[in-house]
Design a protein around this ligand. Sequence first.
Ligand SMILES: Nc1ncnc2c1ncn2[C@@H]1O[C@H](COP(=O)(O)OP(=O)(O)OP(=O)(O)O)[C@@H](O)[C@H]1O
Length: 583
Amino acid sequence: MSDSKFDYSGLKRVVKIGMSYRGLFIAVVIVAILSAVVSTYRPYLMKDAIDLYILNKDVNGLMKFIFLIAAVLFLEVALNFFVIYYANSIAQKVIKFLRVRLFNHIIKFKLAYFDRTPNGVLVTRSVSDIETIAEIFNNGILTLMVDALRMIFIISVMFYMNWMVACIVIVILPLMVVITNLFQKALKSVYQAERTVTAQLNTFVQERLSGMTIVQLFNRQEKEFEKFKVINKDLRTAFLKSNLYFALLFPVVEIISALAIGLLLWFGGLRTAMHGDVSVGEVIAYISYITMLTTPMRQIADRFNAIQRGLIGADRVFKILDDDQRLPNNGKELLTEVKGEIEFENVVFSYIQGSTVLNGISFHSKPGQTIAIVGATGAGKSTIVNLLSRFYDIDSGDIKIDGKSIYSIELSNLRSHIAVVLQDVFLFNTTIYENIILGKPEISLEQVQKAAKEIGIHDFIMSLPNGYRSEVSERGASLSVGQRQLISFLRAYVYNPEILVLDEATSSIDTESEILIQNATEKLTKGRSSIVIAHRLATIQQADQILVMDAGKIVEKGTHHELLNLGGYYQKLYEVQFQSSDF
Ligand SMILES: Nc1ncnc2c1ncn2[C@@H]1O[C@H](COP(=O)(O)OP(=O)(O)OP(=O)(O)O)[C@@H](O)[C@H]1O
């Protein structure tokens, strides 16, 4: 968006969405015009009340006239209510539409996007930035239109009553326009700063809440609190700055309005007393009109700012909506019967361009085999499993399932054949049952229970307060790592995929869960093509093939015994990592 001008393309897009509720939009515009006419008419009636009835002491006529003024007032209130209520209603419809579109859009983005975009920024975009768009309708264009129309009508009536008086009063108005314009410019940059700091604060709080364990474990409460105070101070400064501009704007406009009334009393009063071509009622009506002119003029800056603020929000939201960060899904093939043969052919991959993480990975596993991947931390083990499910796309080489490149397979079809059990199991804040079926209602509770019995974790789930209906707290914090992984095993088992990807938990797990996990792993991998990032001796020993990784390469390949006999990297790794953890 350019710095000093409105981004009309953003405004056009927002209005276009508003126009999809065309009937309501047009109704609000018509009522807004009516409201401008009626409100301009009221002071004119007051003029007549004074000149025709009060000055002529016509009490009966005055009483009738007062009813007319009251009726006009009532109509004005009703019309204003309609405009405010339905403009807001359009605004809510627009932001609901945008929120749904934005969420639906972001949810399809590739993981690489989330790696580089802080969650807090996305939360700000989807919640507060979208809310500011509502202001474009609430306080923005529609109200601006009513105000502009009202001003045109008022100025016309003023000229109609007496052009000389109108000229004297109106001379003052450009001053008001210049001043509000200056304020509007200053406020724009302040609003931008306000939004940036709000996103920073959201990101900060979000990260600290997610990483609360680390914060507390490393006694970082004080340090984090200090950082929080700094961002919070920045936010306060940004808000105070906009507040200052508002506070200044009000008295300045008041002075200009008083100046206009002073001029009117001087010139209008002179005309009344000396020439008689301006009536008392007209002077009173002019005073009303000046107040009616200065209020929208003062608010014009607010209106423009509401639009400006909304457009900054819209610009940010549209930027995400226009950004297609989905993984290309050009594959057309649909796998129906998967045997589970997996092949990596000279795969080269980097998360960030120029820093290669996997450097020519090749291996082949036959249907039903279990491949174990071992290696030092950072060697690239998790990366291999990420690539199989196409969470990221490779730089070169190929990955095949049953001889077909995964890039020729439709993405959701590909993923439907692979179940992934990660170390850090994510559980949603709902029941265990819901967490297992993940929104597939066709999987009944009975099926889940049967599966749980088969892999030996039914008793563990039944030992929870409400069994399968136990609520899991956010991210599964109420369960141990082992328990969470057991639930994830069940999730995978219920889906009964042809290929299983398993990242064994490294963290210390209680013996009971350990035995359950061991049994479940055996059950889950049996006869199923599996890739396991192995941290357990039992898994290693049973694997058909072990890939030993170091710095993005496979340095050794073979069965446990073959690799031990080789007396190389694996043997050393085995001595350090596995021998001591024999259980
Ligand atoms: N999302 C990411 N963005 C950028 N770099 C990443 C990302 N994930 C991993 N890496 C980098 O890729 C390399 C391989 O990481 P990977 O997680 O595959 O290792 P690993 O062998 O599974 O390690 P660990 O045993 O510690 O889980 C590391 O250098 C890591 O820093």
